[in-house]
Design a protein around this ligand. Structure first.
Ligand code: HEC
Length: 111
């Protein structure tokens, strides 16, 4: 009897993990679509430097900093210059605070 209960619990945990992974993947795709829609990917890529820094380098630079997301929201909405090089990032004043937050979190989660 006990074994059976454990087996059932195992299936439940696995199912929960699969559902979670699917949710996270869908979430990442939604954020990528948001980045594409706002032209971020014209200047950025996750893994390579284009005009702007690779998002995984941004994530590495600010890893473990509690105010990283808030700072990136500022950079994304107001523009940024001098942190990564000579080229400035233009401001994105039309981007809502909520969308900027999503994008900042997505950038910080990239590897
Ligand atoms: C015209 C090109 C261009 C576009 C479009 C662009 N960026 Fe950038 N981005 C840059 C450059 C250049 C930098 C480096 C700025 C610096 O050195 O301070 C940068 C820096 C960043 C940083 C790091 C900021 C920091 O404080 O270290 C983030 C995060 C970022 N961009 C996200 C985005 C997002 C999200 C979008 C879309 C809404 C976007 N970028 C659109 C060129 C661009």
């Amino acid at each position: 009897m006990r074994m059976l209960t454990f087996a059932r619990a195992g299936v439940l945990v696995k199912t929960a993990l699969i559902v979670c992974a699917g949710f996270l993947a869908a979430q990442a795709q939604a954020n990528e679509a948001l980045a594409r829609k706002n032209d971020c990917l014209g200047c950025h890529a996750v893994a390579t430097k284009l005009v702007g820094p690779a998002y995984k380098d941004v994530a590495a630079k600010y890893a473990g900093q509690p105010d990283a997301q808030a700072n990136l929201v500022q950079s994304i909405r107001n523009g940024s210059v001098g942190k990564w090089g000579e080229l400035p990032m233009p401001a994105h004043p039309k981007l809502s605070e909520a969308d900027a937050k999503k994008l900042a979190a997505w950038v910080l989660a990239s590897k």
